[in-house]
Structures are given as C-alpha cells and as structure tokens.
Design a protein around this ligand. Structure first.
Ligand code: AMP
Ligand code: TRP
Length: 329
C-alpha cells in the first residue's frame, strides 16, 4: 500500500495567474512539493473553466499560459505530477457517480455558486451548479488527504468530505476525508476594491499578474485603494501590509511598516513605492523562468503528457475499484 500522503490541488485556466493565487495557494504547492513528505498532484482544471463562457482559442491559450506559470513558480515535474484535468477522463466519470449522491440542497448552499449565478445571470449552467461534484472527484480520485487552497474554496472541500462520507455509508468504507491547508494569506483582497477578493473576474486592475511589467506593478500599487480612517476600505491598507510581509526578505522593515500602520502613521507615499519594488524583485526570477519556458514548448508539452500518464494510472485504479464497489460492470 502507498504510505506517502497525497496532496491534490487545482487551478482554473480562466486567465493569468495573479498574486492572490500565488500567495493563497500556489506558493504553498511548491513548499509542500519540496518538503518531500507528500506525493503532490496539481492540475489545470480546464473542465471547470468551461463553466464560464470561454472561447476555444482563449481556453487553449490560458491552459498553456497557466502551465508555464506553474512551472515558473517552481512546480517541478520530477517531484510533482502536473497535468490537464480533461486529459484524464475518470474525473468526469467519478463526478457523475458523486452527482447521484450529492443532494441538490447542499449544492444550493455553495457561496461561490450563489455569487457567480448573481454575477452571470445569463449563464447559470448546470456545470456551475455541479462544480463541487467535479472538484470532489478531482480530490478523491487520488485519495488526497490534504488540499492547499485559498479560503474561498474551503466550503467545497468541506462538501468533498460529505461526499466521501456519503459514498462510504452507501457502498462501504473507501474514501478518506481530505483536509484544507491554508496559507498566511488565505484571502488577498482586490487592489482597486479591498472589500472584495482579488480575482480574475474583477479584471486586471484588481490584481497583479505574475507576468505584469514593473510599470504595471508600480501603477497598480500607486492606485491601490487605502483608507486609514476606517470605513469599508480600511482593509486596503492591511492588504498592502500583508503583501509587503509576504514578498520582502527583511522582516524588520516589514515589522516597522506594520507598526506604523497599526498606529495610523503609515506614510503611503513612502510605503507604496517600496512595496512595488519588493513585488517587482520577488517576481523577477519567476518572470525570467517564464520567458525561458515560453521558448521551449516541446518541453512543456512533454511535461503535460507525462503528467497525464501518471495521473491516469492512479485515476484508472480508483475508478476500477469504485465500479467494483458500486456494481457497475
Ligand atoms: P482559481 O483561479 O479560482 O482557480 O484559484 C486557484 C487557487 O487560488 C485556489 O486555491 C483559490 O482559492 C486561490 N485564490 C484565488 N484567489 C485568491 C485570493 N484573492 N486570495 C487567496 N487565494 C486565492
Ligand atoms: N475550484 C477551484 C478554484 O476555483 C479549482 C479546483 C478544481 C480545485 N478542482 C480542485 C482546487 C480540486 C483544489 C482541489 O480555485
């Protein structure tokens, strides 16, 4: 029996990777991978991306870009399995089984569904509603016991635990219940609207993409909404302090700015340019690696091919066992 605990996580191919994705999840994926304590499996979840209205060319381009972003941040195919979700058809197959044990009433409670249904009234499709069934399949296919994510996805992992329990109650003990792993920044707020989560949905002014140029970064930080005087934007200043702490090497400077912020004495005219510089230098090595990878499409394709093969072997085994347990011939 495989004793190494499995970690699984996924990211949608709906745009560029931003620092919210990075600090909330992906940086942790790399740390967990490098700890050597886990079998780490990471997926670009293109089937989930279909729940929004995305064209063929855009989906293909995003999938490619996201692969490069992940490799540039330090996902190492020698240590982790990196693959595209739709290349392993067992994800959709197991999601169907979960569809048949997931109560509609549970899906109706999902905040992400309610938010997205409100924002995209013209495209409230079944996939959007059923999104957590596919996510549960992603996780349980590999018997993952831990899932590193931002806190917006915690409710889905909680539902995954329910799915595992329901499956086990009906067909016998089989799936383990996975736990969430959060980072110190589980919810980075939007730069232009700190009351909301930084998100691809809110447009490029809300986020800093890993591939943004130094000028774009300086401009976005300069325009970031702050308000030390309280009110709903008060969180904007805290958000920038969190960013500084996450990216700077020198803890003393971070502590000083944090102290100033707490005392209401933070000078944004000094702090913001420094923050921009800290982010620019932290992203530089990632951007250099990105450029190199972009020139090497054969290598990237071979990583994905190998990743899909490894993931498929594991997923096929699970599906064989599931079919046997539930009485599918
Ligand atoms: P997505 O781009 O929605 O597929 O998200 C990929 C990962 O990034 C998930 O684990 C999310 O929870 C995480 N994430 C997305 N936005 C943020 C944010 N603003 N702060 C922290 N984590 C985030
Ligand atoms: N729903 C996640 C998000 O929007 C992406 C995702 C899909 C995922 N399947 C997953 C995350 C499995 C963790 C585990 O960010």
């Amino acid at each position: 029996m495989n004793q190494t605990p499995v970690i699984f996580s996924g990211i949608k191919a709906t745009g560029k990777m931003h620092i919210g994705n990075y600090l909330g999840a992906v940086k942790n994926w790399v740390t967990l991978q490098n700890s050597g304590d886990y079998q780490t499996i990471y997926s670009i979840v293109d089937l989930h991306s279909l729940t929004i209205d995305i064209g063929k060319e855009e989906l293909l381009a995003n999938t490619g870009d996201m692969t490069i972003d992940l490799l540039a941040t330090g996902i190492d195919p020698k240590k982790s399995i990196l693959f595209i979700q739709s290349q392993v058809k067992e994800h959709a197959e197991l999601a169907w089984v979960f569809n048949c044990i997931l109560p509609v009433s549970e899906l109706e409670k999902m905040t992400q569904f309610k938010d997205k249904a409100k924002r995209h009234k013209d495209n409230v499709n079944m996939g959007l509603f059923d999104y957590p069934a596919l996510m549960a399949a992603d996780i349980l296919l590999y018997h993952a016991t831990a899932v590193p994510i931002g806190d917006d996805q915690d409710q889905h992992v909680e539902l995954t635990r329910k799915v595992a329990r329901k499956f086990n109650n009906r067909w016998g003990e089989y799936f383990q219940e996975p736990q969430t792993i959060l980072t110190k920044i589980p919810r980075l707020m939007a730069l232009n609207d700190p009351a909301k989560k930084m998100s691809k949905d809110l447009g490029p002014k809300s986020y800093i993409a890993l591939s943004d140029t130094p000028d774009e970064i300086r401009d976005k930080i300069a325009k970031a909404v702050t308000d030390t005087g309280g009110g709903k934007n008060a969180v904007g200043g805290k958000n920038l302090i969190d960013l500084f702490e996450a990216f700077v090497d020198d803890d003393n400077i971070a502590a000083k700015f944090k102290g100033d912020y707490k005392n209401g004495q933070l000078q944004y005219s000094t702090f913001k340019p420094m923050l921009a510089n800290v982010i620019i230098s932290a992203l530089k090595p990632i951007q250099e690696k990105r450029k190199e990878l972009a020139k090497n499409s054969d290598y990237v394709a071979s990583v994905l091919k190998e990743g899909a093969e490894k993931a498929r072997t594991m997923a096929e085994k699970t599906m064989r066992e599931v079919r046997e347990k539930i009485g599918l011939l």
